[in-house]
Write a protein that binds this ligand. Structure first.
Ligand SMILES: Cc1cc2nc3c(=O)[nH]c(=O)nc-3n(C[C@H](O)[C@H](O)[C@H](O)COP(=O)(O)OP(=O)(O)OC[C@H]3O[C@@H](n4cnc5c(N)ncnc54)[C@H](O)[C@@H]3O)c2cc1C
Length: 496
């Protein structure tokens, strides 16, 4: 069932029809001197009145009746914020937070939207992440794909090499999943910066801030901030990553409770290009001992390197935790990769000199519910699928977008949050199902295991043109799991 009506945003003056359906996405309607048909629907007038004065139960009653007559499943709520602006707090200025803020701003021009970020400035750490499938289509709809493409790493593909640098598997870049390198490979900090740039003028950013307590009731959510102040909001959106402390507070659980570790740790850092050795191809090198070196161009004249290690000991988890001083962490990784072969000594020196060294745990987040009352989660905080899935960023962007769509479409946040989760959970859980043997099979323990892996990559490389590489890439989790995000509706944005 679809209806056609008109909605309001803060986009430049104009007005466009919007279609509402079970998976309606925005079409960026714009305000004109003419007024939205939706605004003057009886439902919205009564909704507006009851928001102005929630004490008037009669308005609520009529609103309920209107809801019955006017199927709420398909009714937009965009006119409400024009009378009582929504107050939305987002915790985390990573990837999911700014994307969600962007879309909420499209439909709620008067809403107060604040993003708090615990770090004193945007975080520049992080290696290459990729955006494909739904995430790519959402970027298209945001009109930022060209900008993003400008800052990609320009990586041409990936070579699997042995300890002498000899190439075994050779996989050129392909768009959307046919290879290990996608069309949009971008350093995480660059993507975060681009998303900040497109939202900073319409969203309030507060850095060096975090939530220390959350209290909520039927009417609002009140938070205590680290700086000692308090704030009241209609909705709190948690987008602050894998180890979210805000999530722990909201769901009254330990930070680690929903985190399922894959016992794999990654130390990332950047180093200067050595023109005699580095190029625009990534290198994947497996020393034995469940170790990997992944060395990639960043598109800005530097290389981004990862030391990867699978280890089940609690001692390693402790060393890799953010509580351990960086110098100790660097020493641990230097010892681990000392004499590992290929170019390991140069990379160890690069790591020691790096000021963007960063360690993270490869893990998944599994929460029974993505929301509680007026608090809802997106991105890694809700359901990190891990970098092994190859879709962490894609999931984060899609969740951010879908949540904003649902908040826009349903005036009742309980319905919006439920629809958001019902729509995405099966898809996300599909992505969280990692291929059998992952991540251990790609990180062998023995020399023999490394040889087998190299032969496999060699054979796969040979048949790269026959489509086998797509099969292997899918086996490694890089396929389009096919969330039915309606591209046609997304693409419609700037048309009309
Ligand atoms: C520094 C960093 C480096 C990363 N490097 C890689 C990488 O190399 N490869 C990879 O695949 N993935 C990496 N990731 C994860 C990747 O960004 C996410 O998997 C994905 O993009 C989903 O993004 P997100 O917005 O959900 O979470 P994130 O990108 O993790 O963003 C969360 C944001 O919330 C902030 N934050 C954390 N706690 C609080 C708090 N209590 N209050 C307020 N703000 C808070 C963080 O500083 C961060 O800016 C990295 C994440 C970070 C934060």
């Amino acid at each position: 069932m679809r209806c056609t009506c008109y909605c309001v945003t803060n986009e430049p003056m104009a007005m466009h029809p919007v279609r509402h359906g079970p998976r309606t996405m925005f079409r960026y309607p714009r305000l004109t001197s003419k007024t939205s048909l939706c605004i003057f629907s009886p439902l919205n007038i009564f909704e507006a009145c009851s928001h102005i004065s929630p004490l008037y139960p009669s308005f609520r009653l009529v609103k309920l009746l209107c809801r019955r007559l006017h199927n709420p499943e398909f009714h937009p709520t965009m006119s409400i914020p024009t009378t009582t602006p929504l107050r939305i707090l987002i915790s985390g200025a990573g990837i999911a937070g700014p994307v969600c803020a962007y879309w909420l701003r499209q439909s709620h021009p008067n809403a107060s939207i604040t993003i708090i970020e615990r770090a004193p400035a945007l975080r520049k750490e992080g290696q290459t992440i990729d955006v494909a499938f739904e995430g790519r289509r959402i970027f298209d709809a945001m009109g930022i794909t060209d900008t993003v493409m400008k800052y990609t790493t320009k990586e041409k593909g990936i070579d699997f090499i042995d300890k002498d640098g000899g190439v075994w598997g050779h996989f050129p870049q392909e768009q959307d999943g046919g290879s290990f390198t996608r069309e949009i490979e971008i350093v995480r900090g660059e993507l975060a910066r681009i998303l900040y740039e497109v939202t900073k003028d319409t969203v309030d950013y507060v850095f060096d801030e975090s939530i220390t307590a959350i209290h909520q009731d039927d009417m609002e959510v009140e938070v205590d901030f680290r700086n000692g102040t308090k704030g009241k909001y209609d909705l709190l959106i948690i987008a602050d990553g894998l180890s979210s402390r805000t999530r722990a507070m909201a769901f009254n659980q330990d930070v680690r409770e929903p985190i399922k570790s894959l016992d794999e740790y990654i130390a990332g850092f950047s180093l200067a290009v050595d023109k005699t050795k580095d190029g625009d191809w990534a290198k994947w090198y497996n020393p034995p001992g469940r170790r990997v070196i992944l060395h990639r161009p960043d598109g800005f004249g530097r290389m981004r390197s990862n030391f990867v290690h699978i280890d089940y000991s609690p001692q390693t988890r402790l060393v890799c935790s953010s509580k351990t001083p960086v110098d100790q962490q660097k020493e641990y990784w230097a010892q681990l990769f000392k004499g590992a072969g290929w170019d390991s000594e140069r990379l160890i020196q690069g790591m020691k000199d790096a000021d963007d060294f960063y360690v993270y745990e490869v893990a998944q987040v599994k929460m029974k519910s993505w929301s509680k009352g007026r608090v809802v989660m997106i991105g890694d905080a809700a359901s990190c699928p891990s970098p092994i899935s190859g879709q962490g960023t894609n999931v984060a962007i899609t969740q951010a977008y879908t949540l904003a769509a649902m908040i826009t479409q349903y005036s009742d946040h309980t319905i919006a949050f439920k629809k958001y989760e019902d729509d995405l959970r099966p898809w996300v859980e599909g992505i969280q199902k990692l291929p059998p043997g992952a991540p251990r099979l790609a990180v062998p323990e023995t020399e023999w295991g490394v040889r087998v892996l190299l032969w496999m990559t060699y054979l796969a490389g040979l048949v790269v043109r026959t489509g086998w590489v797509g099969i292997i890439s899918k086996w490694l989790g890089g396929e389009d799991k096919g969330h039915p995000l309606q591209p046609a509706e997304v693409f419609e944005r700037r048309r009309g």
